[in-house]
Design a protein around this ligand. Structure first.
Ligand SMILES: [Zn+2]
Length: 337
């Protein structure tokens, strides 16, 4: 306890030090193991293998935040006590908790910073009950499929969003939740930095509402990336919400800035035709999930819509002056006839 008191007096100094990039210290990896082999988790106090700055960087912030209501530094949360992740649960009390393990089973794509960092804790799907209802309408088994990796990340805040989507959209089938990096890498056309590897992405097939309505619901609930696929599912992820410190360590201490996010420039579209039928070639997205939707509108010379259709190929009616195609709900291209 004396260490915590010392740390509180020294908290400002600890924060300043956190501006530095990753090194052998605990900066940015509270709850985990430093590359140099020293540890930054609560157990290191007992085992005596803490990094030299563990108390100044890691244990200080949690105890001082509790004692100091003035300190509202967002994202400065240390992992909650006890190595368990707590979910909304069937009763929406947030007290449905599952054990997590500190382990380093996978290599994540670089750069490992901010919302694309490598997790420090995982759910061991062989050590938990996959039938656990982590939200009123969601069992863990729907998100965590064991053959996609024994160690998985399911972020509680994303499950909260997932339940909100379910509340508004009605019945949904989960087509894909977590994918481990090795599993993801085996899938032809999978995005190299798919959010499915980070535990905040879901592929949802609507059962009682339209694909467009589900798309709109995800967007209205703050999803960072929403895409419609021709198979009928909608990919929704919350990549722009800060990752959970239990799984990813202390956010305020994460080094560097954000990596380049998906931008529309990554999605390349071109309209092609054999003279009668038109189609859109699209590349630069997660083709592992299938083809993005193509929503066609045929406009006449006055700009009035003659007809519209959602099909992969399209034959414009007589009188069409302009073809407009929305791809995946992500981007539009036009082509004058
Ligand atoms: Zn997806």
């Amino acid at each position: 306890m004396s260490g915590l008191l010392f740390g509180c007096a020294d908290a400002t100094q600890g924060r300043d030090a956190s501006e530095a990039v990753f090194s052998g210290s605990c900066e940015g990896i509270c709850g985990g193991e430093a590359p140099s082999g020293c540890f930054c988790d609560a157990e290191c106090l007992d085992s005596g293998d803490c990094c030299p700055d563990y108390e100044a960087v890691c244990s200080v912030h949690a105890s001082c935040d509790e004692d100091d209501p003035e300190d509202d530094d967002a994202g400065d949360d240390a992992p909650p006590p006890g190595d368990q992740a707590c979910f909304l649960g069937e009763d929406r009390n947030g007290t449905t908790c599952l054990p997590v393990v500190s382990i380093d089973p996978y290599s994540y794509p670089s750069p490992l910073n901010n919302n694309y960092r490598e997790p420090i804790r995982y759910i061991d799907v062989e050590a938990v009950d996959l039938e656990t209802k982590i939200a009123p309408n969601w069992k863990l088994a729907e998100i965590s499929v064991p053959y996609k990796g024994r160690y998985q990340v399911v972020q509680p805040h994303a499950v909260d969003k997932l339940q909100q989507v379910r509340d508004q959209a009605g019945a949904l089938v989960m087509k894909s939740g977590f994918r481990s990096p090795p599993y993801n890498a085996e899938q032809p056309g999978a995005a190299s930095r798919s959010r499915h590897m980070y535990g905040d992405a879901f592929d949802l097939l609507p059962q009682s509402t339209s694909q467009n309505n589900l798309y709109n619901i995800c967007n209205s609930l703050g999803a960072g990336y929403v895409a419609k696929y021709n198979s009928g599912h909608v990919h929704c992820d919350w990549r722009n919400v800060s990752v959970d410190p239990l799984f990813y360590g202390n956010l305020a201490l994460a080094p560097g800035g954000p990596p380049p996010a998906f931008t529309l420039a990554d999605l390349t579209l071109s309209i092609d035709t054999d003279g009668e039928v038109y189609w859109v070639e699209a590349s630069g997205y997660d083709t592992e999930e299938g083809e993005l939707t193509r929503e066609w509108s045929a406009l006449d010379e006055q700009g009035e819509v003659l007809t519209s259709a959602e099909t992969l190929t399209f034959e414009p009616p007589v009188g069409t002056a302009l073809l407009r195609v929305n791809v995946g709900g992500l981007s539009e291209v036009e082509h004058a006839l």
